[in-house]
Design a protein around this ligand. Structure first.
Ligand SMILES: [Zn+2]
Length: 273
C-alpha cells in the first residue's frame, strides 16, 4: 500500500509572505527548498516505518514547486497542473493506505499565517455539510469517499487547532505560531523536519489515522465578488443563491469537489472589456 503526502507551502516553517510562494519572487527558491525538505522528511518517516511506496503531491499554486531530484529516490511526485484531484492527486489510484499533510495553513478569515481557502483571490468562504472548512477538512472529506484515513498534519498552530475539531488526537508537528497574517514565530526548519520524520514513523507504526466524514457532501460557497460568479452559472450543477453565493449539491463529494474547482477556474476568466 501507498502513503500519500499532500504538500502546500503557506504552512511550511520560514514561509510568512505570499511573495515567498510566488515563482517570480527572489525569495521563491528558498521557500521551495524549505517545502521540498519538509516533504522529503515526511516520506523518509514512512520509509523508516517499513513502508515501500510513497507519493508526494505538490499542492501549491502552479504545483511544480517541489524539486523532484532533491527527494528520496523511492518517492514518486505528482507535479504540475491541472491535476484532476488537485492537492489530492494520487488518491484516485485507489491504493492509498493513508494521507498526511505538510505545509498546511488555516481557513479563510482565521488568524493563521497566510490563511485562505483554496484560492485567496476568489474564495471568500466555503462550507461543506454546513460547516466552515479549511483545505485540510475539504481534502479529508474527499478522502473519506474512498474510506482513506488521515494520519498526519504539519502546519501552523491555527490549522492544527482547526484540524483538532475534526480529529482531536491527530498526530501533528507545529511549524510556527502566527503573530499576524503575514508573520509568525517560526521553529527552526531542522527541528521541524526531525519531528516530522519521527512523528510520521510513529503514527504509521501505531496505525494512527481517522476517516473524516462530512455531515453531508453539499458545498456552500461565497466568492469575493459577484462578477466572479457570472461564468459559473453556465454549469448546470450549481445553484446561485445570492450575488456572491452558490450551492453545489450533486450528492457526491468528489463531483462537488471537481465542480467547486471548475468554478474557481471560471471565476478568473471574467472579461471587463
Ligand atoms: Zn493552500
Amino acid at each position: 500500500m501507498t502513503y500519500l503526502f499532500s504538500v502546500d507551502i503557506e504552512g511550511i516553517s520560514g514561509v510568512v509572505s505570499a511573495k515567498q510562494g510566488a515563482m517570480d519572487s527572489k525569495e521563491y527558491d528558498r521557500a521551495r527548498d524549505l517545502m521540498t525538505k519538509e516533504a522529503n522528511e515526511a516520506a523518509l518517516g514512512a520509509f523508516d516505518a517499513g513502508e515501500e511506496k510513497v507519493y508526494v503531491t505538490d499542492g501549491h499554486g502552479k504545483m511544480r514547486n517541489i524539486v523532484l531530484e532533491d527527494l528520496d529516490e523511492r518517492v514518486e511526485l505528482f507535479s504540475g497542473r491541472p491535476k484532476l484531484l488537485s492537492q489530492m492527486e494520487g488518491l484516485n489510484e485507489k491504493e492509498i493506505e493513508a494521507v498526511g499533510y505538510i505545509g498546511y495553513h488555516s481557513s479563510a478569515h482565521s488568524r493563521g499565517t497566510l490563511s485562505h481557502t483554496y484560492s485567496g483571490a476568489v474564495v471568500d468562504d466555503l462550507k461543506i455539510g454546513g460547516k466552515k472548512v479549511s483545505e485540510f477538512a475539504m481534502n479529508s472529506y474527499l478522502a473519506s469517499k474512498y474510506d482513506v484515513p488521515i494520519f498526519f498534519l504539519a502546519g501552523d498552530t491555527e490549522i492544527i487547532r482547526e484540524a483538532k475539531e475534526l480529529y482531536p488526537d491527530i498526530p501533528h508537528v507545529v511549524t510556527k505560531t502566527p503573530t499576524g497574517r503575514y508573520s509568525a514565530k517560526c521553529r527552526h526548519p531542522k527541528v521541524v523536519r526531525k519531528e516530522i520524520r519521527e512523528t510520521v514513523t510513529e503514527a504509521i507504526k501505531k496505525k494512527k489515522g481517522k476517516v473524516i466524514k462530512p455531515e453531508s457532501s453539499t458545498f456552500h460557497v461565497r466568492f469575493k465578488d459577484a462578477g466572479k460568479l457570472d461564468n459559473c452559472e453556465l454549469l448546470p450543477s450549481i445553484e446561485r443563491t445570492g450575488s456572491k453565493e452558490f450551492i453545489i449539491d450533486t450528492g457526491d463529494i468528489e463531483t462537488n469537489y471537481k465542480v467547486f474547482r471548475a468554478c474557481t477556474m471560471l471565476a478568473t476568466i471574467v472579461s471587463q472589456s
